[in-house]
Design a protein around this ligand. Structure first.
Ligand code: PEP
Ligand code: MN
Length: 627
């Protein structure tokens, strides 16, 4: 049952309702949204709604339609983000778990951990207790394997995921692991489900070989009903009549699950396909379909693996996959963050050392702008937010340590570089320490209940009106009003009594101000991405990094640009961006902005840097960082 409480409910009334439900043996959870407080109550007895409807403070009671209650979206409308081994599963960051099928030795596990971490995995997997079809197959290293996993966590800073096969192993597991996996063969082992529920650790619950989605969610319900909300669902292929793959990956489970439950879902294409070369395509499809993450088997020597070698990726293939999904994720509003573990570590260290300055981030505009969205996608909700009215004010705030860091847009896929930001990077002595790409999607936003035909005027910044020109051209009766940032327009529209005004902005802007998206994705060109960079006073500390940004100018002599670019070519440095920009006060002289796929500040590239210094009149390294 969902007890929707009256807006003016008192604390005494709430406590009274809670007390009665507790006495009735109900599991209760309280939730608050913008409008109402709701108490969800789930129990084993038949529900007598009439009995409770007249309780003071109760507005109405809704029945939860699904058989699974705590796992249902109706019970918990917002997405659950599970904290697992220092990282989040769910939300806007893709979480990738990778490692071998089984921990075979310390050396094997360390070799693979080093590789998967390098390529962007944030959690390490490896079985220590293996549920094998044949009793004669390798059954895992048991406690010795768990000890190796614990060492991996210490050494690499990656949380570890491993399978539990029996409640009798729970105490042992508690000592060593961050996430307990319930394997496909145990999905309906109800004693085990209750046990992992009570363990309180995050649980990765695999879908059973022949389980329906409803049965899978009922298994999740077992764990949730033990007061453990940290459940990650994992689709790993189901058994069908098709023999070409080991199982059949049910990708359509992703949107179904997203609709039915608030729990995050990750996809395991390794067990789903059972064949190495099928893993990457299915992993890419999973991200495109909206999965929150992936679980991938990786082995450096799969021919000699003790289990699941044929489906294990070589580390390099895993690296390629990570780069593929880095590109796909923004198209579905998510990010693959290659410096996530560094951030987790830096966050912890900063708190540990009492350095709280890096805990605030300056950004342009206000909550609901694309800069704000970039901030929350890059940092999660872990930083204090410092809104600023201009790029200059942002750079000043970092220089003066009012903010520890800032996030600023550097270029847009359709409109090119944001020169003001480049000029400020030249002027201020700040360093780029990270980057991220955000898909820019514009929505037509109105007051709740507004129909498209009610609209007469539209508020948006000029460049946004331009980006949506095709959609807007269909309605020549609309008056277009140029305004400030999108989120500001949405706020103005909300506060204006005129019901015929709409605004254009992000989904977040609509949500923050309680407004409604009337038409989504109205930008003319859907390939609208903006690249943001994170800047700070100090550069990122540990390298080597994947990328560097530099600015240089050359003398006004024939061949001088060619000579400089030759340094890159001769040393195998890949240029990913080259752009010229006039130098202030020196007509017809130019600065060059260059991005290279190398850590130019690293030891290895010292000679290259020296050559570049010789060939240029001016050279500034804006920063070395990860994608
Ligand atoms: C595994 O993850 O190694 C495993 C045994 O998976 P599943 O339970 O999905 O077969
Ligand atoms: Mn396996």
């Amino acid at each position: 049952m969902l007890f929707v409480l009256k807006k003016n409910v008192t604390d005494d009334q709430k406590n009274h309702i809670r007390g009665i439900l507790r006495e009735g043996g109900y599991i209760i959870r309280e939730m608050a949204d913008n409008e109402n407080v709701t108490i969800g109550a789930v129990g084993r007895k038949p529900e007598n709604i009439k009995e409770y409807e007249s309780l003071p403070g109760v507005e109405r009671i809704d029945r939860i339609a699904a058989n699974y209650k705590l796992a249902s979206r109706q019970f918990h409308p917002k997405d659950t983000i599970v904290q697992a081994g220092g990282v989040q599963v769910g939300g806007e960051r893709i979480t990738v778990v990778a490692g071998p099928c089984a921990v075979e030795s310390r050396e094997q596990a360390f070799t693979i951990a080093k590789e998967v971490k390098r390529y962007g995995a944030v959690l390490f997997r490896g079985g220590a207790f293996k549920p094998r079809t044949s009793p004669y197959s390798f059954q895992g290293l048991e406690e010795e394997g768990l000890k190796i996993l614990a060492e991996i966590r210490e050494e690499f800073g990656m949380g570890v995921v491993t399978e539990i096969t029996s409640p009798s192993k729970a105490d042992m597991m508690m000592k060593y692991v961050d996430v307990v996996q319930v394997g496909a063969r145990n999905m309906q082992n109800f004693e085990l489900l209750k046990c992992v529920g009570r363990m309180g650790k995050p649980v990765l619950l695999k879908r059973g070989l022949s389980a329906t989605i409803e049965e899978w969610l009922m298994s999740a319900e077992y764990i949730l009903s033990e007061d453990n909300n940290n459940v990650i669902l994992c689709e790993r292929g189901i058994r069908t009549f098709e023999p070409y793959t080991r199982n059949t990956l049910d990708l359509s489970a992703i949107p179904v699950i997203k609709n039915l439950t608030h729990l995050p879902v990750v996809i395991d294409p390794s067990h789903a396909t059972g064949i190495r070369e099928k893993v990457r395509p299915m992993a890419r499809a999973a991200i495109a379909a909206g999965a929150d993450g992936l679980m991938i088997e990786v082995h450096h020597d799969p021919d000699n693996a003790m289990s699941d070698g044929p489906q294990s990726l070589y580390p390099k293939q895993f690296g390629k996959l990570m780069r593929n999904i880095y590109v796909i994720a923004p198209t579905v509003g998510k990010q693959v963050d290659f410096s996530y573990l560094d951030k987790v570590k830096a966050g912890k260290d900063a708190i540990h050392e009492g350095k709280m300055d890096a805990e605030s981030v300056a950004f342009l505009g206000e909550a609901g702008t694309f800069s704000h969205k970039a901030l929350t996608q890059y940092f999660g909700k872990t930083k204090a937010e410092v809104p600023k009215p201009s790029f200059k004010a942002i750079f000043e705030s970092v220089k003066t340590s009012e903010a520890g860091l800032a996030i600023v847009p550097l270029e847009n896929a359709l409109t090119g570089s944001i020169h003001e930001v480049y000029d400020l990077l030249l002027e201020y002595d700040l360093k780029i320490i990270g980057e991220m790409t955000l898909k820019i999607e514009h929505h037509l936003i109105g007051k709740p209940g507004t129909k498209i035909d009610d609209i007469k005027r539209i508020l948006a910044p000029p460049q946004v009106l331009e980006q949506c020109a095709q959609f807007l051209a269909c309605r020549d009766d609309w008056e277009l009003i140029s305004g400030e940032a999108t989120a500001v327009g949405v706020k103005k529209m909300k506060n204006n009594e005129d019901a015929s005004i709409a605004a254009i902005g992000s989904r977040e802007a609509a949500q923050i101000h309680g407004m409604e998206v009337i038409e989504e994705g109205i930008e003319t060109n859907p390939r609208n991405f903006t690249r943001f960079v994170v800047i700070g006073v100090n550069g990122a500390d540990q390298g080597p990094y994947q990328k560097s940004s530099i600015i240089f100018s050359t003398g006004n002599k024939p061949g001088s640009l060619f000579d400089t670019l030759k340094v890159f070519a001769d040393n195998g440095v890949n240029l990913v961006k080259l752009e010229s920009r006039p130098i202030h006060g020196k007509p017809w002289e130019y600065m060059f902005y260059v991005d290279i796929e190398t850590d130019i500040a690293s030891e290895k590239y010292k000679p290259v840097l020296k050559l570049l210094t010789e060939k240029t009149d001016f050279l500034k390294i804006l920063g070395s960082y990860n994608l």
